[in-house]
Design a protein. Sequence first.
Length: 137
Amino acid sequence: MRKIFGILFIAINLFVIWFIFTNISNILIFLFVIFISGLLINGYGGYAKKEGWRIGLSFKSYSSFIMIAAIISIFLSFTASFFFIKWYWVIFGAIYGWLITGGITALFKENTQILSLLLFGFSLLFGLFLLLLSFVI
């Protein structure tokens, strides 16, 4: 039953992500991915402690560099989204992002640490690429 729920969850999310990403700009994709990765990094420690999973050093303390960067990215991406789309889409995206992070954490378990760091790095590189592209065009 759990595998069926996992497959259904992934299928629904892929459809929603396809629908959203075909109708929005690159900057909104960047803001959404960095928001999700920040939530994953920020929320993993408490969830892992409750489940008894191992927690990496970067995820244990809120004073670590990666946790501070994740908290700042959550705040800035949420705030910056208001400048690009209507407020109700930002609220919908925040709720949907929170649901996605819960599903990713439940599906990937301890591997969420690696996945969240990869997503965070990818989103930062994508944002840097968009910034450089804006100077060229």
